[in-house]
Design a protein around this ligand. Structure first.
Ligand code: NAP
Length: 420
């Protein structure tokens, strides 16, 4: 594709897919990887991640040619719009990309650019690992027990954007339909009302749950927990759970076993190399991750539950400055930290770039660069253990040294060079 405003690096090659299903990648030694710094603190964490990830690639005999792409504030300046088509195309074409946070106004203004990007790219699985790095302060006693990975459905649920504003003709029509034709005539209070629709499809649920089970099998994990609020929302969240069990029972052989079968037929004894599929109600799950942290492994859940749950888990392993994530579609990876654009800290060279760096680690893993991924993760851990950290961790640690974002990134690069 010919780009208008994106500068293509002089060196480097595109990552390509090499099979019909589109999920096997051919990764060159010096790939061109699109990077979107994003809004607010994206201008701080973006360049820091770029430097560290490049150092990780070079230390393992490779390189990365970064290609800057734009959305949000930077796209408004360059293109006069929030989400240019060539940004979406560049990610699609290069298969693997990384982005910083994008601001979404609350209430009025444009709809979420993150949601729009995920929909346009059909990156249907938002994957958020939560593991504890040595030396990271935590509000819980045994943060090391947390080693979970959340697969959050990314394209439907209340995030589908099907909602009508109070006072509009649209909301009036929907209200009349719900009350008069569907018979819910004594539920909506009189007066102004906003209405949203929560679609949960078999297609969307099953492809997400499949991905979570496949991950568990490939990585030797013990269980996949379906998290839902199906006791109340029976035909959406409850159906998500039922479709999950259908996938588990019908699409895998003896390597996947449900918790009921485990107890009914095997007295709770898990066969070697098998994955157990169970389910928990979302509100219970939010306390389970605190009280029985070590019992949970891989989580598959709907969009809104996944957002709440992964932030709560993120708090246990050091907070938003640490928590990484990535969005996956078929043959596509768009890595991004869990945190937002924290506008009050924008441009101050202050915040923690770890979440963005570890999102890059997920991206490297997707590319098959396991050694580079492990090296970067170890160098981050080493830096934190040495007590050289950004403000968010320094304020919770005794005798730590407070570094700026860029200084911290340089320290990680030094550790990469020493560990390589
Ligand atoms: P936020 O930007 O994540 O910031 C909330 C707080 O988390 C910050 O004030 C800070 O806490 C801490 N924090 C976040 N990132 C940090 C980092 N890298 N290092 C250290 N501390 C960090 O959440 P928000 O204020 O609710 O959202 C701001 C904007 O971001 C909104 O427009 C929202 O829609 C958007 N957002 C975007 C994404 C995305 O692009 N994927 C995700 C979430 C939110 P302390 O002040 O206590 O230190």
């Amino acid at each position: 594709m010919v780009y208008n405003k994106i500068e293509i690096p002089e060196e480097g090659e595109k990552i390509a897919v090499v099979n019909e299903e589109g999920d096997e990648l051919d990764v060159p030694e010096n790939p061109i990887i699109p990077i979107l710094h994003g809004d607010g603190i994206g201008t701080d964490v973006g360049p820091a991640a770029q430097t560290v990830l490049k150092a990780g690639a070079q230390a393992t005999g490779r390189d990365v040619s970064w290609m800057r792409i734009y959305a949000g504030e930077t796209a408004r300046e360059k293109y006069g719009e929030n989400l240019p088509q060539e940004t979406v195309e560049a990610i699609r074409e290069h298969r693997v990309a990384i982005k910083g946070p994008l601001t979404t106004p609350v209430g009025a203004g444009f709809r979420s650019l993150n949601v729009a990007l995920r929909k346009r790219l059909d990156t249907y699985a938002n994957v958020r690992p939560t593991y504890h790095l040595d030396g990271v302060p935590s509000p819980v006693k045994s943060p090391g027990e947390m080693d979970m990975i959340t697969f959050r459905e990314n394209t439907e649920d209340v995030y589908a954007g099907i909602e009508w504003e109070a006072g509009t003709d649209g909301v009036q029509q929907v209200k009349e339909f719900v009350e008069e034709e569907m018979g819910f005539d004594d539920i909506i209070h009189p007066g102004a009302v906003g209405i949203g629709v929560k679609p949960i499809t078999e297609f969307g649920s099953k492809r997400l749950i499949r991905r979570a089970i496949d991950y568990a099998l490939e990585h030797g994990r013990d269980s996949v927990t379906l998290v839902h609020k199906g006791n109340i929302m029976k035909f959406t969240e409850g159906q998500f759970r039922d479709w999950g069990y259908e996938v588990a029972e019908e699409e895998y052989g003896s390597e996947v076993i449900t918790e009921d079968t485990l107890w009914e037929e095997r007295d709770g004894e898990q066969p070697d190399n098998a994955v157990v599929v169970n389910d928990r109600i979302a509100d219970n799950m939010l306390q389970q991750v605190l009280t029985r942290t070590g019992n949970y492994d891989v989580i598959a859940t709907t969009n809104l539950n996944g957002d709440y749950l992964s932030d709560a888990c993120g708090a246990q392993i050091g907070g938003l400055g640490i928590a990484p994530g990535a969005n996956f579609g078929d043959g596509l990876c768009l890595a991004e930290p869990v945190h937002g654009s924290a506008p009050k800290y924008a441009g101050q060279d202050k915040v923690n770039p770890t979440a963005m760096i570890l999102s890059g680690v997920l991206m490297f893993e997707y590319m098959g660069w396991m050694d580079a991924a492990q090296l970067v993760r170890n160098a981050v851990e080493e830096t934190i253990i040495s007590g050289q950290v950004t403000y968010d961790l320094e304020r919770q640690l005794k005798d730590a040294e407070k570094l700026a974002t860029s200084e911290y990134a340089r320290e990680i690069v030094t550790n990469i060079e020493q560990l390589a």
